[in-house]
Structure formats: structure tokens, C-alpha cells
Write a protein that binds this ligand. Structure first.
Ligand code: GLN
Length: 287
């Protein structure tokens, strides 16, 4: 339906131009996503209705959203959504935005879990809860304890767990690393802890600097948090058979692997590559 107002096509072009001028690399895709978000339609409907006219209220909302993006606010904080492992999660500025490379941890966990049942899983530093919720969704008989230091992150994670109908199998605990898990043992421990080096963070893109520093910063060599957590592994891993998976910075994967191996005598420790062939995960197995 063509009307008197501005069309979807015109708005799309205007938004693309605005984002391109602001130096947003993926300005085409991001403009499309912003438009879909504001108009509450999917890509297919947007492209099928390029000549449709847009109500002026939506035009104003879109202009504000484009201003925020031009000001380097991450797209996921503007739309409040980010897809991880095929599911669309809610995100807020209280949580790290889920990254595609973190899906490697899910793949490795599922591969190890195949043929095992009734797993007890710990997710340390759950943030938005993407790892806990994805594992609970993919393994219908697993029980998960998800820990985070930030109560506001836990609110986001709880809401994601409810959205995907797995809240009854995830216990959310506020605290530092394995602190709240005393006396409990797990067959699977998964952790995407803060590992960005201070110097890397200072040089990071403006968008990354809008994310919670608590979720990113791993100190001078990036290993501070892993160094604190590794000695807790023997207390929470099942000695009869368990796997711990850490996301790591490819720059310091070797150091992370050494730290974990030293804390867990008898474990088989290996480094796994992500799709970009970067050393992205340290796996430690007790058999
Ligand atoms: N991969 C994230 C980044 O480089 C960091 C995630 C983390 O510290 N766990 O921005």
C-alpha cells in the first residue's frame, strides 16, 4: 500500500546513509535490522513491502534509534535482542553481548554430552544466560547451576530462561565464581569469564567499551579471573568423569591452558580452535 508518507525504501536508504556516514562498517545490514526492529516485521516482510508508507511515529522512533547507533551504541542494546545458537535472546547493557565464537563451547559440550544423561552442569559467569539456557534447551534432562556476580545480569538470564521454558532446570546463584557452589559437583563446567587484557580493552572499538567492564576485563595479562577460578575446579568437578570448558583469548590461550593444567593434576587439557581457526577454548577433562 503506497501512501502519502515516507516509504520503507526511503527510510531504509536514509538510515543506511546515516550509519555509513557515522562509519558503521555493516551499515547496510544494521540499517535493515533497525528498520525491522522499529516496524516489528521480519526481513521477508520488509523487502516485500518496500513501497509501503511508514507512520510518522515509527519514522521518529527509527531516527532516534539510528542516532543512538551512530553514537556507537551497540545494535544489540538498541534492539534488545541478539541471536545465539539459533535462539533470539534478550540483552541489556547489564550483560555482555553474546558472540558467535562462544557457540564453540556449546558444540564441544554437546559433543561430550552425547550418550551421557542426567548431567549436572555449572555455568560460571552466566551473564545473559545464553550458555545455560542453550544447554538446558539442547539437553532436556540436564540440571544447571548458573552463577554471576551481577544481580542485574542474573535478572536478564532468568528472563531468558523463562522465555525458552527452561527456568525450572536452571538455578541462578549470585556470587563470585564457584563461591555459591560449595559442596556441589558437576560433570560439565562451562565458563566464558572476562579475559580481555587491559591494553586490548583500551584500544577496543567504541561499541565494546559500552559493554560491562566486569564481563570483559581480565587484568594486565587477561588471566586474572581464570587464575582465581582454576584452583576451585578440583572442588566442583566430578572426579569420576567431567569436562571443564573455558572460552579464552587466542592471544593467551597457552597461558590459560597452563594455569588450568597446573590447578587440575591428572586432567587432560587441550586447546580447541573456533571457526576462524583461533585458539578460543581450553578443555580440561577428568576421566
Ligand atoms: N570475546 C569478547 C571480546 O573480545 C570477550 C569476552 C570475554 O571477556 N569473555 O570482546
Amino acid at each position: 500500500m503506497a501512501g502519502p508518507g515516507v516509504s520503507v525504501r526511503q527510510l531504509l536508504e536514509r538510515t543506511r546513509a546515516r550509519l555509513a556516514a557515522a562509519g558503521i562498517q555493516e551499515y547496510r545490514l544494521e540499517a535493515e535490522l533497525l528498520l525491522q526492529h522499529v516496524l516489528e516485521i521480519d526481513a521477508a516482510r520488509m523487502f516485500a513491502g518496500l513501497s509501503d508508507s511508514v507512520p510518522s511515529k515509527a519514522e521518529t522512533t527509527l531516527r532516534r534509534a539510528a542516532d543512538r547507533r551512530a553514537d556507537r551504541e551497540p545494535l544489540a542494546y538498541i534492539t534488545g535482542r541478539r541471536t545465539f545458537y539459533g535462539r533470539e535472546f534478550g540483552v541489556t547493557p547489564d550483560v555482555l553481548i553474546p558472540r558467535p565464537e562462544t557457540e564453540l563451547l556449546v558444540d564441544l559440550a554437546l559433543r561430550w554430552a552425547a550418550g551421557r544423561s542426567g548431567l549436572q552442569i555449572a555455568d560460571i559467569g552466566t551473564g545473559s544466560g545464553v550458555l545455560a539456557v542453550t544447554l538446558a534447551s539442547e539437553m532436556r534432562d540436564a540440571a544447571i547451576d548458573a552463577v554471576d556476580l551481577s544481580p542485574r545480569a542474573l535478572d536478564v538470564a532468568r528472563s531468558n530462561a523463562r522465555q525458552f521454558g527452561v527456568a525450572d532446570r536452571i538455578e541462578f546463584l549470585e556470587g563470585d565464581l564457584a563461591g555459591p557452589l560449595e559442596g556441589r559437583r558437576y560433570q560439565l563446567v562451562i565458563a566464558n569469564l572476562p579475559y580481555v587484557r587491559s591494553d586490548t580493552l583500551t584500544r577496543a572499538e567504541a561499541e565494546v567499551r559500552r559493554e560491562p567492564v566486569l564481563a570483559l576485563l581480565g587484568g594486565q595479562d587477561g588471566l586474572d579471573v581464570i587464575r582465581r577460578f582454576a584452583p576451585m575446579l578440583p572442588d566442583i568437578m566430578d572426579p569420576a568423569g567431567s569436562l571443564a570448558l573455558f572460552e579464552v583469548d587466542p592471544l593467551t590461550a597457552g597461558g590459560a591452558a597452563e594455569t588450568i593444567a597446573a590447578a587440575l593434576p591428572g586432567a587432560r587439557v587441550r586447546v580447541e580452535l573456533d571457526l576462524a581457526r583461533l585458539e578460543r577454548c581450553v578443555a580440561a577433562e577428568l576421566a
